[in-house]
Design a protein around this ligand. Sequence first.
Ligand SMILES: [Zn+2]
Length: 416
Amino acid sequence: MQAKCQQNDSQGRHRWPDLIGIVIATSLLFAIGAPAIYRSQNYVKTIKCTNQLRQVGVALHVVSINDPKERFCTGAYDYRRDGCPDEIGWVSDIMDLGAFEEPVLCPNTKSRGGVTLNDLIGVQGQPVEPLLPEEQYGQLSVGRCEPFLHGGVDPESAKDDLLPPGSAARRDHVADILKANYNTTYVPSWFLTRWSIRTDYDREGNLIVSKEGPVTDRRGSTGPVRRRDLETSTISSNATPWVCDGSTSAKKDRRLIADLSETLSAGDPLSATQTGGPVYWNADRKVFIPLMPGTVLVPANRKDEKLKPFCLDELPDEENPGDGGMDQKLWLQDTRQWAAEHYGGSEAKQVGVILMADGSAKTISDVDGDGRLNPGFQVGEESKSGYASDTVELTLKVAWSGPCIPSSIPYKGTFE
Ligand SMILES: [Zn+2]
């Protein structure tokens, strides 16, 4: 026994040079090998996300085939704007096809789910105000949200046992929605969920944005895109962006407000419910301004130019900063709700992956490394804007980011 130990000792001493060799080899492995493994793991995530987005694209096309109105979805994953997300919105639309066994979550993103979870849970003492046309308030009380008390319920006729915002019982229902896989970290484009601006004419004959409500909800938009909209679109479907990873934000209103499940805890970052629709950058005030109800799109005295005064500003590209035209405001789609945080391969910077309306998925380089894809907002280096620079990353060649799809607004309006 003793001899054996001695033998081992002596073997140990003889191993010293080998050990040094191992240490050197290990250091080399960490210097060269480990980052390579790390990179390849990240690249696998990019590929998984891309494939998942393509599957989402196929599913949305199937939804459109099944829908009598040919809609590609029934709206956003957004309780207040569209309705209870276990029955309404693109997530339930594709989950109910049975095409996905798990919720559609990006394997790379920091986001843990959709920010509508906060609306579903609610805050004690604060009514959850619907952002739907009044005749559609019922959509907030379907599926697992049936017993939820919300601002659209008439207090006179409300049943006593409705679950108020912030209650534990209500949270349990939200947890059940998650258990049934109705969650996502992805963010649809305004084109997918709203498609077009609802318009009207004012007394002077100007074409205006409908005064019914904001263009980001059903009151101020025409609703989810339909097959016939794509077929008659003046923008090719392979340049019409539909879904991308959701960005996260340190802002309190983008953090989960309560513990919901083993994987979702209070404070977790959440994705927006859709992109922000048409906005312009106000360089003086250093803020983005959304398209407000009642805004003049085409003045009566320029009606011969059809939609050009608003829809067809000269959009920016790599060489040209664009021109805001009539109002000298460069209206573009707000894309700050999207993330470009995927590893793009050894040479490329981080990239964003966008599902297009034709079902393809495009990989777009985040040139300035801010994790966003700027469609051409001239924000300078104003970090508060959400974009780190005015480098145009989402170019016209890749994806249309104009304020509207020109063919989507019937110029001789139906509202006349
Ligand atoms: Zn992703």
